[in-house]
Design a binder for this molecule. Structure first.
Ligand code: SF4
Length: 289
């Protein structure tokens, strides 16, 4: 089996990766596109445990059920591992929320981790600088590759005797940024062309939903959400993400002092600020003031 990858962007619903977080999008969402279930052997749904993932799993499973194709749906959570001191990089409980999403709809759930890096933390230390808008090695190396490997795992297990055809569903929404608003709802991935042994369609089933609609889907369908939202977080991602809004980082630092202290020590050792415009040291000061 070739390891020539398909590389969906941040394949498991990385909620804080928007290029223009909180910017007013000027591009309307792409028109809804009907996903062609018959043309795909299975669909992997990336679930980070965040609110968009809950709505995503609902939307995919509802459409699949109507089409008689629920057996094709697989939910994947990418485990980002722990820091040197044993802190979870993700919010504790995110994995369990993702598992609850899959269980509610009766579809298989898998947790996978990068085969190369023990955790995102070690990947960052190896890189020697923090991820950023133009250095998204965090998602590509710990989520995207992991999602690809899982699709290969499912496709290989089906013993089709031909390259598999997979859908890869992600929770990106147009409302999040101008860049995301421009994305088509379905797109043949660029690595699916001649010479590759797989055909992958990226699919954004909740591209047109607003934040309010996402929460409405949760309420109407009794979908589990992470308690961090009830404690003032607007987004669920890595507990300390350089691409997150500073307000969310300050709130996260209040709720997660241990991991922020460890990250701040790494910041001092690296000699690079966590975000371009603010250091972790300052974020922690704001959190404690
Ligand atoms: S640091 Fe974590 S949440 Fe932030 S972009 Fe990277 S993988 Fe996503």
């Amino acid at each position: 089996m070739t390891k020539k990858p398909f590389t969906p962007p941040c394949g498991t619903g990385c909620a804080a990766t928007q290029m223009e977080l909180f910017a007013e999008p000027t591009v309307p969402p792409a028109p809804p596109t009907v996903f062609d279930w018959d043309a795909h052997d299975f669909v992997v749904v990336g679930d980070s445990g965040g609110k968009d993932s809950g709505a995503l799993v609902h939307e995919v499973c509802t459409q699949a059920d109507k089409a008689g194709q629920l057996h094709k749906v697989h939910v994947l959570h990418c485990d980002l591992g722990r820091t040197t001191r044993g802190h979870l990089v993700e919010w504790p409980g995110a994995l369990e929320v993702a598992r609850a999403h899959a269980k509610q709809y009766g579809v298989p759930f898998a947790v996978r981790r990068s085969k190369r890096w023990p955790s995102l933390w070690y990947r960052i230390l190896n890189h020697g600088n923090w991820p950023g808008h133009f250095a998204r090695y965090c998602t590509s190396d710990t989520k995207t590759v992991t999602g690809r490997d899982h699709a290969d795992e499912i496709g290989g297990g089906m013993r089709l005797g031909r390259p598999y055809r997979a859908g890869y569903a992600m929770g990106m929404r147009a409302e999040e940024s101008r860049a995301r608003a421009k994305k088509p709802v379905t797109e043949r991935h660029r690595m699916s062309g001649a010479g590759t042994l797989r055909v992958v369609t990226t699919w954004l089933p909740i591209h047109g939903l607003t934040t309010e609609e996402v929460w409405q889907i949760h309420q109407e369908n009794g979908i589990a959400h992470h308690e961090a939202y009830d404690r003032g977080m607007r987004r669920l991602s890595c507990r300390a993400c350089p691409l997150a809004h500073t307000d969310d980082l300050v709130r996260s630092a209040q709720l997660n002092p241990g991991i922020f202290d460890e990250y701040a020590e790494a910041e001092a050792n690296m000699g690079h600020p966590f975000k371009k415009n603010i250091t972790l040291k300052r974020i922690i000061e704001l959190a404690r003031s």
